[in-house]
Write a protein that binds this ligand. Structure first.
Ligand SMILES: [Zn+2]
Length: 414
């Protein structure tokens, strides 16, 4: 089979980037977590310099920062463009063989390395918007890595376009390529001051036109039940099993709502995801999620009340409640800077698309950056079926994302 070829500047970069194995590793203690990410990073620095971005540099933690100089004198805010180079460790990312399926017409896309890996329109309704487009998939045994090499390729293509068209008016643009997003460390060593952007956009979203401006607020709760242990042969009326208290607590959690398996859209949940218990002591770890930050405290109170109900019949038992902040909804920050979202919406419209806002049922690096002082919504990059061997992206969506980036840079300069 010949190498896939496309005339799209973003997609042709993308086809190259996905062949780098950049899986991050949650068990690693180094930054970045894997050497493979650095290999791609070094190649990206060379490519940035080749298009004339002379200050492109890779730091010791595996972050690239680079500048597209302003083309106008006017004082406009510095805007950042961000994407992550790592891919999810959940799925093999070695020897990725991208396949270009030209002029999609609704047919089944069979991935050659595994005949059971078939991308069907009936199971992927979003393919319905892709008629006539060119779809890129992996070959069936690995993920593709569109998350987030699509974003990386789009930023690179937009940077090249801006560097070769100095007649396009825009302010100073900063680019950051980050490691380890998939293991939750994408902002761990992000040097905000050196980045120097006032506002930024991550390119790490789905369908064309999508603009993500709100995500869960999240806390992590730990409940520790303390029981009373005795030799089981002589335990009558004396033993209190912490393990059974914990089980009783889990049993009494709401069934028809407030759980990941029964909620969607803007609904929050409480999610016990780990139970570690013995007679003396049992610990439950619970994720609290709500789009309203205030809703987290309500959920924590509800659970704490429930835990106390469970131990009430046993005066010798006790429960400790500990709540730790995980991340917060970026909307609370973005609402104070409406122009960040407005300019993105207007740029999307200027590219002939309808902006579509969807709540993210998780956290993003942009949310963390927003709370670090750089309001950062997430733009579509064309990624679908993330972390799966059925991952796909369309060439035409990638081109649209490049157009949107260029329009955003223009918009901020108006
Ligand atoms: Zn991503």
């Amino acid at each position: 089979m010949s190498d896939p070829f496309t005339t799209s500047p973003a997609a042709s970069r993308f086809l190259r980037y996905v062949t780098f194995d950049t899986r991050s590793d949650e068990h690693s203690t180094s930054s970045p977590s894997t050497e493979g990410q650095l290999v791609l990073m070094r190649a990206l620095v060379d490519e940035l310099r080749a298009i004339g971005i002379s200050d492109a540099a890779l730091d010791d933690y595996g972050y690239i920062m680079a500048t597209i100089p302003a083309t106008i004198q006017k004082d406009v805010p510095v805007i950042g463009l961000i994407a992550h180079v790592d891919t999810s460790p959940e799925m093999s990312g070695r020897n990725i063989r991208p396949i270009l399926h030209e002029r999609y017409d609704g047919r089944d896309l069979v991935l050659p390395d595994d005949p059971s890996a078939v991308l069907r329109l009936s199971e992927n309704p979003e393919l319905g918007d892709q008629m006539g487009h060119d779809i890129i998939t992996a070959s069936g045994s690995t993920l593709l890595g569109a998350d987030d090499k699509a974003g990386v390729a789009e930023i690179m293509a937009a940077a090249e376009h801006l560097m070769t068209h100095p007649e396009i008016p825009h302010g100073r643009i900063r680019i950051a390529f980050t490691p380890d997003e998939e293991v939750g460390l994408g902002t761990a060593h992000f040097y905000i001051t050196r980045f120097g952007a006032r506002f930024a956009y991550t390119l790490d979203g789905g369908s064309r036109g999508d603009l993500e401006i709100e995500n869960f607020s999240a806390d992590a709760m730990t409940l520790t039940f303390h029981g009373v242990n005795f030799h089981p042969g002589w335990a009558k009326d004396r033993m209190i099993s912490a393990l059974k208290l914990a089980a009783e607590f889990v049993h009494r959690l709401p069934r028809n709502g407030l759980s990941p398996e029964t909620t969607e859209g803007y609904e929050g949940y409480v999610h016990p995801h780990l139970l570690h218990g013995a007679v003396e002591r049992a610990t439950i770890k619970i994720l609290l999620r709500d789009f309203r930050t205030g809703g987290l405290a309500e959920k924590a109170r509800m659970l704490s009340h429930l835990a106390n109900e469970v131990i009430r019949p046993y005066p010798a038992a006790s429960v400790e409640v500990h709540v730790e902040e995980s991340y917060r909804n970026m909307k609370d920050v973005l609402d104070r800077h409406p122009e960040v979202v407005e300019h993105a919406k207007e740029a999307i419209r200027r590219c002939g698309l309808t902006p579509r806002m969807r709540p993210i049922r998780g956290g993003t690096d942009g949310a963390r950056l927003s709370y670090m002082g750089v309001p950062t919504p997430n733009l579509f990059a064309g990624e679908h079926n993330l972390h799966s061997r059925l991952e796909w992206v369309s060439v035409q969506d990638m081109d649209k994302a490049v157009e949107v980036i260029v329009q955003i840079c223009r918009r901020w300069a108006e």
